[in-house]
Design a protein around this ligand. Structure first.
Ligand SMILES: Nc1ncnc2c1ncn2[C@@H]1O[C@H](COP(=O)(O)OP(=O)(O)OP(=O)(O)O)[C@@H](O)[C@H]1O
Length: 313
């Protein structure tokens, strides 16, 4: 079913699920991409907000829903095993067909925040250590469930005010071992002649390394991308990594670009010990500034003089 002709929804419109009967009130448009439109909605009569996606193509949307439901049950198993309630367990809420118009849609957790590149340009790149760690944790969880994310790029990462990073848009996600179905050139291993487009853990780690380079040296990336397709290689990216002042980060990126990590768990552990912990700002005790010592001495003299002046009379 081609759903590109679906009319845009306005605030106050109600989307009713034909099979499950839930009613969602549209609050506003959250965003529009190549695959669909996402609205901020609430369940009629309730306060919680959700994100509701209407796709342009029913088959594409269905495959996204399939990935999300498989992930959901895998995460439930992981949480049961780890005896914890992961916030990700409730990422996917439900899918249904609209009672009016018949188009399929799905409802997911509303991730409040801003895309990664906005966040870092506002707060500074020193946050990359923490956000990178969270993202690698998300990727590891996904890989453990047998999926790769595929289309990892700043636009598909939302960061909350406090630095909580979340992946959105699972349109490019698919089972490990299958061809990556959706990717963005800059982040794609195949584009850099650095490996196949068959999804494996290294594919996401490569895309993650490019993401870091893009965020830290956008100019260098733009130059590297201008190479002729046949001469483009991971070596161009390694050169960019070598120019970074953070040598531990550079070394992590080189390993990811060369496909040197045996798993995303190993990549995550190394990021934590080498990049995150060494980037954490250490609060050194501050030396007292000279002017403050001078001002203190002056006020002591003034006090002594005032005391002397009072007792003289
Ligand atoms: N769960 C969510 N919470 C908050 N905002 C969201 C959520 N999901 C999507 N969005 C917003 O909607 C936009 C479009 O959604 P999405 O990326 O899923 O669409 P797409 O058509 O698959 O995009 P693309 O062209 O990048 O593949 C996102 O860029 C984001 O701003």
């Amino acid at each position: 079913m081609d759903m590109s002709s679906n009319p845009p929804r306005s605030p106050g419109d109600v989307i009713v699920g034909k099979w499950r009967g839930n009613r969602y009130v549209v609050e506003r448009l959250l965003g529009q991409g190549a695959n669909g439109t996402v609205y901020l909605v609430s369940r009629e009569g309730r306060r919680e907000k959700y994100a509701l996606k209407i796709g342009y193509d029913a088959l594409d949307l269905q495959s996204e829903i399939n990935v999300l439901t498989s992930l959901q049950s895998c995460r439930a198993r992981q949480d049961w095993r780890d005896r914890k309630a992961s916030p990700l367990a409730s990422y996917f809420l439900e899918s249904d067909d609209a009672a009016e118009g018949g188009f399929p849609f799905y409802v997911m957790r509303y991730v409040q925040g801003m895309p990664l590149h906005y966040f870092l340009s506002r707060k500074g790149s020193s946050w990359l250590g923490l956000i990178g760690l969270k993202l690698l944790e998300r990727l590891r969880g996904l890989h453990e469930c047998g999926f790769i994310f595929g289309d990892l790029k700043p636009e598909n990462i939302v960061v909350s005010e406090y630095g909580e990073a979340e992946l959105i848009d699972f349109g490019g996600a698919g089972p490990i071992g299958r061809s990556v179905k959706q990717f963005t050139e800059w982040h794609d291993r195949g584009f850099w002649n650095a490996g196949s487009r068959i999804g494996d853990e290294g594919y996401d780690l490569f895309a993650f390394a490019v993401l870091c380079l893009r965020l830290l040296d956008e100019t260098g990336m733009k130059q590297a991308v201008r190479q002729l397709p046949q001469t483009r290689s991971a070596e161009d990216l390694v050169k960019l990594a070598n120019k970074l002042s953070d040598k531990k980060l550079a070394s992590w990126l080189r390993t990811a670009l060369k496909g040197g990590f045996s798993s995303s768990k190993q990549a995550r552990d190394l990021w934590r010990s080498h990049v995150y912990e060494s980037r954490t700002v250490k609060h050194e005790p501050m030396a007292t500034p000279r002017w403050l010592t001078g001002a203190f001495a002056l006020s002591l003299c003034l006090l002594a003089f005032t005391v002397y002046w009072i007792y003289r009379f």
